[in-house]
Design a protein around this ligand. Structure first.
Ligand SMILES: [Zn+2]
Length: 172
């Protein structure tokens, strides 16, 4: 028997309304999407279900949930790398020092050395960190990335993550 903490960390596959997979979240995040009417459980035989006990009720979370979200989210695709999208992904914060002013795009592996203009190779950096780094890798410049850069995720997953980070007011 797993403890309830372990249950909350189990993976749940998120499907769009047309049943295309859009990502993976935890049972903890799935509970919140279901409770808010943003997703519905998808019961599939042979796949596990986890009972989650809350005050006075038990919610069963299956291994797959389906979004009930609007068509914009259903048709969501990973956006191209732009300043606006990049700063949004990084929360308008320098990924080296945490500064929130004088932001610019930094290519982790510099473009002059074959670095690509892709989500995995771009981060938000302040002018000071960008200057210090110059034409070097973070290791060479003695800088450390706070998070490994990844493509932005589906809005429903951002929604779930923000909710658990206690930023409910920011969710539109
Ligand atoms: Zn910085």
């Amino acid at each position: 028997m797993k403890t309830s903490t372990n249950v909350l960390q189990q993976p749940v596959l998120v499907l769009s309304r047309s049943y295309l997979p859009v990502g993976r979240i935890t049972v903890r995040e799935a509970v919140c999407l279901i409770a808010r009417g943003k997703a519905e459980p998808v019961i599939v035989e042979h796949l596990p279900c986890w009972p989650v006990r809350s005050v006075g009720c038990v919610l069963v979370v299956p291994a797959q949930i389906c979004l009930t979200a609007a068509s914009v989210e259903r048709l969501w695709k990973v956006p191209p790398v732009t300043r606006k999208e990049l700063f949004a992904r990084d929360g308008h914060t320098c990924q080296y020092c945490g500064a929130q002013r004088h932001l610019s795009i930094d290519h982790v592996l510099p473009r002059s050395r074959g670095g690509t203009h892709t989500w995995q190779n771009v981060v938000t950096a302040c002018a000071s960190c960008n200057n210090r780094k110059g034409d070097r890798t973070p290791e060479e410049a003695g800088l450390k990335l706070r998070v490994r850069p990844r493509p932005p995720v589906h809005p429903a997953i951002t929604f779930a993550a923000k909710l658990w980070a206690g930023q409910e007011a920011c969710v539109g």
